[in-house]
Design a protein around this ligand. Structure first.
Ligand SMILES: Cc1cc2nc3c(=O)[nH]c(=O)nc-3n(C[C@H](O)[C@H](O)[C@H](O)COP(=O)(O)OP(=O)(O)OC[C@H]3O[C@@H](n4cnc5c(N)ncnc54)[C@H](O)[C@@H]3O)c2cc1C
Length: 334
């Protein structure tokens, strides 16, 4: 017997987790399929230690605590959650969709794609011997545990939000933090740039990294060069954290048997989060529409839209949500 679900959610990042919770609120028989061994998407995999400031209701919350809270929220409902289950194909059938993972094929009336940007990998530092320093742990691309940086001299390279976040996150625990960027202007949120300038972080701009070597006592010798000048300087640190952003691999969707309308490699959706294929909805970082911002807050907003759209379209006999505001709204015609 093929397992059948009302809703299948592909991708267990913040968007997919919240959609699964919301599907539980609507009593939909739901499965959540995640390719990694753990839920939480980018937040869990790339910045569990970061303090997130822009999630409604939390003035400040660590990435790992936000995902733990989402997990707790999910546990209220009897949902089927399968990790280590990359979806390899999605095929339209008479009753909905056949969803295939390495563990087999299940059937679903509707699908919500919440795969973010697909599998993500950090953009590497372009120096010939980078791999040698990655192996020694002196060149890193993420901070799974900030205590590993305690008392160290750290150089953070990059000019976007995540470089600033990581420099600020390490400042209280590291002996020193230097932030190096190839431009004078940072691309971070204005408030975070203000915090950076008020912090102990030493800002070095506009500089480029030209090479890595080891000092006699085993520290990391980073050759840096001011942009547009010939002279080179050296910075001696314990760790170099490169934060140049991520490249993502969307190939998995390209191999699916459904033809989704895509713009800039993102899935085009309407205001109900519906894709070009009836029955397939999409939310989170992997979608595009006018004004889309790839943020946790927007993903949280999109999840209920997709779930309600599915319930209205495929299960109209099931009662929709009635909030107290709907019950007491004054009649505008009077
Ligand atoms: C360093 C950094 C800092 C950030 N800071 C903030 C911040 O402070 N505030 C904020 O709002 N946003 C921040 N963001 C952005 C935020 O993380 C994303 O907007 C959010 O993670 C999007 O959630 P998502 O669920 O759409 O995608 P993701 O988090 O990317 O999750 C998608 C999930 O789908 C899974 N998946 C992919 N393909 C498949 C498949 N075929 N089958 C099954 N599963 C699959 C992936 O493994 C992943 O777990 C930051 C991002 C980065 C990189």
């Amino acid at each position: 017997m093929t397992e059948t679900y009302d809703i299948t959610i592909i991708g267990g990042g913040p968007a997919g987790m919240f959609a699964a919770f919301y599907a539980g609120m609507r009593n939909a028989k739901t499965q959540l399929l995640e390719s990694l061994s753990d839920l939480g998407g980018q937040v869990n995999a790339l910045y569990p230690e970061k303090t997130i400031l822009d999630v409604a209701g939390f003035p400040a919350i660590q990435g790992r605590d936000l995902i733990a809270a989402q997990r707790q929220q999910l546990a209220q409902f009897p949902l089927t959650i399968k990790t280590n289950q990359p979806v390899t194909n999605l095929v339209p059938t008479a009753d909905g969709f056949a969803v295939t993972t390495p563990a087999g094929t299940t059937q679903s009336t509707a699908v919500i794609i919440a795969v973010g940007n697909g599998a993500f990998t950090p953009r590497p530092l372009n120096v010939p011997n980078g791999e040698q320093f990655e192996q020694s742990g002196q060149l890193v691309y993420s901070v799974p545990d900030k205590d590993a940086f305690r008392g160290q001299r750290v150089l953070v390279a990059g000019g976007g939000d995540s470089a600033i976040d990581q420099a600020l996150m390490l400042e209280p625990v590291a002996q020193s933090v230097t932030l190096l960027h190839r431009r004078d202007q940072f691309r971070g949120l204005e408030h975070m740039v203000d915090l950076l300038h008020q912090s102990r972080v030493t800002v070095k701009t506009p500089y480029l990294i030209r090479g890595l070597a080891t000092t006699a006592d085993g520290a990391l010798d980073v050759t840096i060069k001011p942009v547009g000048q010939a002279d080179e300087n050296h910075l001696v640190v314990d760790r170099l954290l490169v934060s140049y952003g991520f490249t993502s691999d969307y190939h998995v969707i390209e191999g699916w048997d459904v033809a989704l309308d895509r713009t800039r490699r993102l899935i085009a959706v309407d205001s109900a989060m519906a894709t070009s294929v009836p029955g397939i909805y999409a939310i989170g970082d992997g979608v595009t529409y006018p004004g889309k911002q790839p943020l946790i807050a927007t993903a949280y907003g999109e999840a209920p839209l997709a779930v309600h759209s599915i319930m209205d379209q495929f299960f109209p006999d099931r009662r929709g949500p009635i909030h107290s505001t709907s019950l007491h709204r004054p009649d505008a015609t009077k």
